[in-house]
Ligand binder design. Structure first.
Ligand code: UT7
Length: 396
């Protein structure tokens, strides 16, 4: 027999969830943490999320806008004015997200002052995995010397951070994990419409064939905004009063999957069809204007929703840490919420849009600049391919 029971599985998270449970199934026992016979009591005490370490890794030398203007019809002035981006990094040939992610993770582990063996769950976010399958979470574990630790790959692209917070919070609240490594990494280099990487990287200066220039120009929307990078966060269970994830609002809308996507996949538009590959169906297609408007509207709405649920206004949030897709988006969100620029920090000028990794990279920089203190209230905001979007209120 099956019935719906109202059980609060998130004691530090003021929301009640509905789960289908069987009357005959015994009380859930976490598989990873042995909490002894009185598991329930202990779970109550160590049920909130805290951030104990962060790290970032950017591959190679920065590539300035001028280099892109050598391979397609664009300019440094246009890119700065319309996106806020001055430069970005791209992974070297053969460098995958497993490697980038592991480097960021090593720094986060060192920052947290823990041994890698203390990690009992890995969350990995990317839209550019090392292989079509499996995901890259296990590859990171292997590089860290902790193979065997369960690794869950999530696919929320630029909106990964608020989704990862929700999953990490659930794992910790249920007692299934105590120390979680969240890694986010993306390598867009392989999705770029460039043929002569030596010119892009500034190794040589030569005129590229007209056909290559036109091909890159046809994809300049994606080519100017994306860059490669990785970030890592170590979450740990805490009993600190008031700490952790307070509210989150998450949305996923497949009706707008075509706003930014790679058409090729498996049985519908097979990745191994040479004609499709020749038509560049393996490159991302993006409705940039639609995304820009959606991000401004929905990020403001989501931020307002979590603040309203918590009964606070923007003045009570210390920092709004938002995805870095285009500076114009975050400027418009700041205007909508009446925030001064320092309350919604930015690093897009230096890195471009690193998709899943942006929020973690920014969080790492802010922590190490001393701009985040214990007890600060943070609002994370992100929207990306899916479309997925989310806002999270987090007490640091
Ligand atoms: O990470 C999550 C998912 N992605 C996003 O959130 C991206 C959001 N969208 C954007 O960042 C912007 O839409 C882009 C940066 C991609 C494009 O900027 P835009 O302001 O939406 O440009 P547009 O496509 O409306 O084009 C405006 C003008 C056009 O010229 P005309 O018709 O006004 O003469 C374009 O041809 O700018 C031209 N243009 C460019 N010029 C130089 C468009 N892209 C470029 C370019 N360089 N890269």
């Amino acid at each position: 027999m099956c019935y719906y029971a109202r059980i609060s599985v998130f004691p530090a998270y003021p929301r009640t969830c509905f789960f289908a449970v069987s009357a005959r199934v015994p009380r859930y026992t976490p598989s990873i943490i042995d909490r002894g016979d009185d598991g329930g009591e202990e779970r109550e005490e160590l049920s909130a999320l805290s951030i104990i370490g962060t790290g970032r890794y950017l591959p190679g030398r920065p590539i300035p806008n001028e280099n892109l203007a050598r391979v397609m019809d664009t300019s440094d002035e246009w890119i700065r004015k319309r996106t806020g981006i001055h430069q970005r990094h791209f992974a070297e040939d053969g460098q995958g997200v497993g490697e980038l992610g592991a480097r960021a993770a090593e720094r986060a582990i060192e920052d947290a002052g823990i041994d890698p063996t203390e990690i009992d769950f890995i969350l990995f976010a990317t839209m550019t995995p090392d292989h079509l399958f499996p995901g890259s979470g296990p590859l990171v574990a292997e590089r860290l010397g902790i193979s065997g630790v369960p690794a869950l790959d999530i696919r929320q692209q630029c909106a990964s951070f608020p989704f990862a917070l929700e999953v990490a919070n659930g794992l910790i609240a249920s007692g299934a994990a105590r120390t979680i490594l969240f890694v986010a990494a993306d390598t867009h280099a392989s999705l770029m419409p460039f043929r002569d990487w030596d010119v892009v990287r500034g190794n040589v200066s030569r005129t590229i064939p007209r056909e290559d220039f036109e091909r890159a120009t046809a994809h300049r929307g994606i080519a100017v905004i994306f860059g490669d990078g990785a970030s890592a966060v170590i979450f740990r269970a805490t009993d600190r009063e008031g700490a952790g994830l307070l509210r989150s609002e998450l949305r996923s809308d497949g009706g707008r999957a075509d706003h930014i996507f790679i058409p090729m996949g498996f049985s519908r538009l097979p990745f191994n069809d040479p004609e499709l590959a020749a038509s560049d169906a393996h490159l991302p297609q993006m409705k940039g204007g639609n995304l820009l408007k959606a991000a401004v509207r929905e990020l403001s709405e989501l931020a307002r929703a979590v603040m309203e649920q918590e009964g606070i206004g923007p003045e009570e949030v210390d920092l709004f840490i938002a995805h870095q897709a285009n500076q114009r988006i975050n400027d418009a969100v700041a205007a909508a919420l009446k925030l001064s620029p320092e309350r919604i920090p930015s690093n897009i000028a230096r890195y471009g849009n690193t998709s899943s990794a942006t929020i973690g990279i920014l969080l790492d920089e802010l922590r190490h600049e001393g701009r985040i203190q214990e007890g600060d209230l943070l609002c994370f905001l992100a929207l990306g391919a899916g479309l997925h979007a989310g806002a999270s209120l987090f007490r640091y």
